[in-house]
Design a protein around this ligand. Structure first.
Ligand SMILES: [Zn+2]
Length: 196
């Protein structure tokens, strides 16, 4: 994607034709376990990167992704994108969790099964992870403006999964620390990887 500064108002004009898919890196890759750096320059390069990150997330189809962090496309930058059904994709820059509910819990799906987390960088592997069900977060948008929101349930979980990526922590590490259950998907069936 290319962009140029518009005339008097400093409005950024995008050329959607050049938005491109980025390559999602998978384990093992040291970028995925490194702590990412904060963003200080809110410029056109950053806007382009954010647009591409969202595009790459939306194009991840098999399986579909609901979150994608910058390290997963090779940049140790504190940025991630979240896209949930019925919501506009959202970009989080320099995110922080400023409050969380007391206990981490397993999230249950609508049919009361434990929710299985997966990751576009760890193909075919899923697992149960305890997360805070409620969080209050702050972040900056692409213009550098400060934002704040309360998230719960699935959005809180995705946010914590993506936030962990910025700290170089993968969900599989959480599963192991918490003695949760890891599964490998084989032909649509979840097979237990380790017995705890
Ligand atoms: Zn992930």
């Amino acid at each position: 994607m290319t962009g140029s500064r518009g005339n008097d108002k400093g409005k950024i004009i995008y050329d959607p034709v050049t938005i491109k898919n980025m390559k999602i890196i998978i384990i093992p890759n040291p970028i995925l376990t490194r702590k990412s750096k904060s963003i200080i320059n809110f410029n056109l390069k950053l806007s382009n990167f954010c647009q591409n990150l969202v595009k790459t997330l939306l194009n991840a189809k098999n399986p579909p992704g609901i979150g994608l962090a910058a390290p997963q496309v090779g940049k140790n930058w504190r940025i991630f994108a979240i896209t949930l059904p019925d919501e506009k994709p959202q970009i989080f820059i320099n995110p922080k969790i400023i409050y969380h509910s007391k206990e981490k819990k397993y999230f249950k799906t609508e049919n009361r099964q434990p929710f299985l987390e997966g990751c576009l960088s760890i193909p075919k592997i899923y697992g149960t992870v305890k997360r805070w069900p409620k969080i209050k977060v702050v972040w900056q948008n692409e213009k550098g403006e400060k934002q704040q929101a309360d998230f719960n349930n699935l959005k809180a979980i995705v946010f914590q999964h993506e936030y962990d990526h910025l700290e170089g922590i993968l969900f599989t590490q959480r599963v192991i620390e918490q003695k949760g259950q890891l599964y490998e998907e084989k032909n649509g069936i979840m097979e237990k990887l380790i017995e705890n």
